[in-house]
Ligand binder design. Structure first.
Ligand code: NG6
Ligand code: CA
Length: 496
């Protein structure tokens, strides 16, 4: 039994009800990993033995969802237990955007910290930094940030690997910054004389296909302009090693206390830059190799737990922030080399899409001490982790939109939530029981850049996922009563 602080003891009745002791908790959050990108979900052309092992000794959810088909809103919901479309600004953020979580808001790390956990984040943040209306000085202490919303420790990339600034930030300070070479960042204008992807293709080793034509860092053109901070810039191929190193240090520091590690990894988001040891691990080029590298990261984390003898007492959630995309802006052969690999598995759409592959993602929960290996069809969303983990650790915290699905999360109950509103690029759709309903929305049916089907249509769409995972048969016209019921449910959620 792990120690319990006085503060948490009052609410312990809840976890006693479940009959569980409090575990260490790790949330491994992939970036753009699709439903079909993991062996346990059907992938064959990339080996993911460590991800598969989590599924084999835990619960493989087949209806596990991110709230959104892009990064920032899904992460917002994971952190706050609130639908991201309820607030302004939970959309793909620039690298210099301000923090979108209120510093007084209840969050997953804050709940766990109040329950006596040591909390840390290592990886991709993408929820903004600093105060609204104030521009960030990257050469001074950057706050508020993760340390102000519940994390005791943080080691992050501010936004994404393709957005400047391309540096790590530890507890609010840029790592390895030389004060004599300050960092400047601008998302509107370039700095005089600095090369860009659009003007200096001769300096680029990974050409862009769309977007990504601003500052060149390490031969890779990015989104946004940056100057200086040369000593602090990350080496893209070493990001995975660095995250694993910092994460395992965090795990090892004090295994007598319960800890919560949020590990949002950067793979297989663009630019895909696996370490040379993983180049050629698959025949799918950088995207496949980046997934192989991510699998190695998962293995290193589990190894660290094994070495400490705490694997059985650690609850690991493994999932992804949104669905897959092949060409997301760089010419890295992802499309050309995918062949018969189906990153979304049987599902339709992908990242950015209202179709199911936008938000239905690998979702695995492993806790050897408490979970009997199984597959669960329960409808569950990452937003539910805050209230569900609260229950498991004996906290009384509820969430605005997340539901306490602790029993489903531990495999003791086959049913999950009845309804879920999913979001893609600020449009929303409903998942209810076996049904998916997509309201009319404006925009092209297929994105010209990524080739992904968006789900936009002039009319309501209705699909029966139990018979039609691929959303190939629109039943809106033939099932008007069903459609009507779903529209009512949808409205009751989005306009409460
Ligand atoms: C898009 C980028 C894409 C990716 C995405 C965010 C372009 C043309 N595309 O705007 O490459 O960075 O934003 O991805 O710039 S996410 O997973 O963080 O939501
Ligand atoms: Ca993402």
């Amino acid at each position: 039994m792990l120690p319990v602080t006085a503060r948490a003891s009052e609410a312990l009745a809840a976890s006693e009800e479940l009959g569980v002791d409090r575990p260490h908790i790790i949330v491994i959050y992939m970036d753009d990993l699709g439903y079909g990108d993991v062996g346990a979900y059907g992938a064959t052309r990339v080996a993911t033995p460590h991800m598969d092992a989590l599924a084999a000794d835990g619960i493989r959810f087949t209806n596990g969802y991110a709230t959104s088909a892009t990064c920032t809103p899904s992460r917002y919901a994971l952190m706050t237990g609130r639908y991201p479309w309820r607030i302004e600004g939970a959309e793909i953020l620039a690298g210099d955007a301000s923090l979108i979580i209120g510093t007084d808001d209840m969050t997953l790390p804050r709940m766990l910290s109040e329950a006596g956990y040591r909390t840390g984040i290592v990886g991709k943040w993408h929820l903004g930094l600093g105060r609204e209306g104030e521009s960030i000085d990257w050469n001074a202490h950057v706050s508020p940030g993760p340390n102000d919303v519940g994390f005791h420790e943080s080691y992050i990339m501010a936004a994404t690997q393709d957005r400047v600034p391309t540096v790590f930030i530890r507890d609010g300070d840029v790592v390895g910054l030389d004060p004599g070479d300050p960092i400047e960042v601008d998302y509107e204008r370039n700095f005089d004389g600095e090369p860009t992807g659009i003007d200096n293709p001769e300096l680029v080793r990974m050409p862009f296909s769309h977007g990504h034509d601003n500052s060149i860092v390490n031969g890779i053109p990015r989104i946004g302009f940056m100057r200086g901070g040369k000593a602090a810039r990350w080496v893209d191929e070493e990001i995975a090693d660095r995250f694993v190193e910092v994460a395992t240090e965090f795990i090892r520091r004090d295994s007598e206390q319960p800890f919560f590690l949020y590990l949002p990894l950067h793979q297989p988001h663009v630019p895909r830059t696996p370490h040379p040891r993983f180049v050629g691990a698959t025949d799918m080029g950088p995207r496949g190799d980046a997934i192989a590298e991510a699998d190695w990261c998962v293995g290193r984390i589990v190894d660290a737990l094994d070495e400490l003898g705490i694997r059985d007492d650690t609850l690991i959630v493994f999932t992804s922030d949104n669905g897959p995309v092949l060409d997301d802006g760089y010419q890295d052969d992802a499309v050309e080399l995918a062949g018969d690999h189906r990153p979304a598995g049987p599902l339709r759409g992908g990242k950015y899409s209202l179709f199911d592959a936008g938000t239905r993602v690998p979702f695995i929960v492993s806790w050897p001490r408490q979970i009997t290996p199984q597959t669960s069809d329960a409808l569950i969303c990452q937003m539910d982790l805050l209230p569900s983990l609260a229950r498991i650790v004996g906290s009384a915290i509820a969430a605005p939109d997340g539901e306490d699905l602790s029993r489903a999360l531990l495999g003791r109950e086959p049913e999950g939530r009845s309804s879920l509103v999913v979001e893609a690029m600020s449009n929303t759709a409903l998942r209810h029981g076996r049904w998916a309903m997509i309201p009319p929305s404006e925009g092209p049916r297929r994105m010209a850049t990524t080739g992904i089907e968006t789900g936009h249509a002039g009319d309501y769409q209705l699909y029966d996922l139990s018979a039609d995972d691929a959303e190939a048969h629109d039943l809106a016209k033939t099932h008007p009563a069903q459609l009507h019921e779903l529209i009512e449910i949808y409205r009751s959620i989005i306009e409460p």
